[in-house]
Design a protein around this ligand. Structure first.
Ligand code: ATP
Ligand code: MG
Length: 324
């Protein structure tokens, strides 16, 4: 099980520290998919980097733990992390163009993923690369433009966005990871390609029994794919539970607003509900009141005090004064 408890991360800028993640708790088991949803800037990618041990420079974990089975990864050195990245934990990044090396051919980049963890002969490597490209839907039909032999010799910029995303998936799952973090893997893609990629991730999960953390700002995608949801707002998880429960009966005013902003063909003539205002910037966040206060339709004076997490029923949590 991958289990994050009370994780707090700070960013230091201009000699000031800001809490970018506050008291994050979540967990995912094999075969489960936890969706993290929330507006841009709420800290979704920061959770991913924290779990992957990729916080750099001005960011650091100041409290909490990240347990992978029995080990606390917050205690890991970079060397120890290198041992588990790819095999136990793996990640598909938000921006395929930025994460693939533009100067190295696709085949070589996939080879690298295997070479870090396995000692293989040249022909074994070639086989692995071919199989992994086949696993993500590339065909080995001779004389076609995008057959595997062809793709192997291309550079990232020669591929379409969807093809690049499939290559990223091939790299991420090369060494059969137990847990995969997919950070907005389909945001830049058209809906048809998006669905193909999502189905691909689902199929791989079924085959490998992976646990997945799936990050998206699109609650419709999360609803289709995930067994559990964590709704994030300004560095906090404000609601957490099973997908079915949350979509059927959202509790937090922010979750309600997110669900109401989904376009719905039944009320075509009604305007879409947008949530007024913006996520507060790091230097505007106060821990002394509800983080959603300024934008909340249901706010009362009670929300001006520090907010507690409430356990509603088994494994459902919400941070809102409406429930205590
Ligand atoms: N290097 C950095 N220095 C300072 N602040 C940063 C840095 N990287 C991220 N942030 C801030 O941290 C917060 C969380 O960012 P993060 O990238 O995790 O958001 P996100 O939810 O993934 O957003 P998006 O949906 O746009 O990808 C944001 O307020 C962002 O401005
Ligand atoms: Mg992000």
């Amino acid at each position: 099980m991958l289990n994050v408890t009370n994780l707090t991360v700070e960013i230091r800028e201009n000699k000031q520290s800001y809490e970018v993640l506050s008291d994050i708790s979540l967990s995912v088991e094999k075969n489960q998919t936890l969706g993290l949803v929330g507006e841009s800037g709420c800290g979704k990618s920061m959770i991913a980097s924290s779990i992957m041990g990729l916080l750099r420079k001005n960011k650091r974990i100041t409290a909490g733990s990240i347990y992978l089975d029995d080990t606390d990864l917050t205690k890991y050195s970079e060397k120890e992390y290198e041992q588990i990245r790819g095999t136990k934990l793996s990640m598909i990044f938000q921006d395929s163009m930025a994460s693939l090396n533009p100067l190295i051919k696709i085949g070589k980049q996939i080879e690298e993923a295997y070479k870090i963890h396995y000692k293989l002969t040249k022909s074994e490597l070639k086989n692995k690369v071919n199989n992994s490209l086949a696993d993500v839907g590339f065909k080995n039909t001779p004389n076609t433009i995008n057959n595997i032999d062809n793709i192997i010799n291309k550079y990232p910029h020669n591929l379409s966005g969807g093809q690049r995303q499939r290559v990223m998936i091939a790299i991420a799952i090369a060494c059969n990871p137990q847990y995969l973090i997919a950070d907005e893997p389909t945001t830049a893609l058209d809906v048809t390609t998006q669905n193909k990629i999502l189905n691909l991730i689902k199929n791989i999960q079924e085959k490998n029994n992976m646990g997945i953390i799936f990050i998206s700002h699109d609650i419709t995608v999360i609803n289709n794919l995930c067994t559990h949801i964590g709704v994030m707002y300004a560095g906090k998880i404000v609601e957490y539970g099973k997908t079915y429960d949350i979509i059927k009966d959202p509790k937090h005013p922010y979750t309600k607003a997110l669900i109401q902003s989904i376009p719905n063909t039944d009320n075509k003539n009604k305007p879409l509900t947008a949530i007024d205002g913006f996520v507060p910037a790091l230097n505007e966040r106060k821990n002394s009141e509800c983080i959603f206060y300024d934008r909340c339709k249901d706010r009362t004076d009670k929300c001006k005090a520090e907010i507690k997490d409430v356990q509603i029923d088994n494994n459902r949590k919400v941070s809102c004064t409406l429930y205590y």
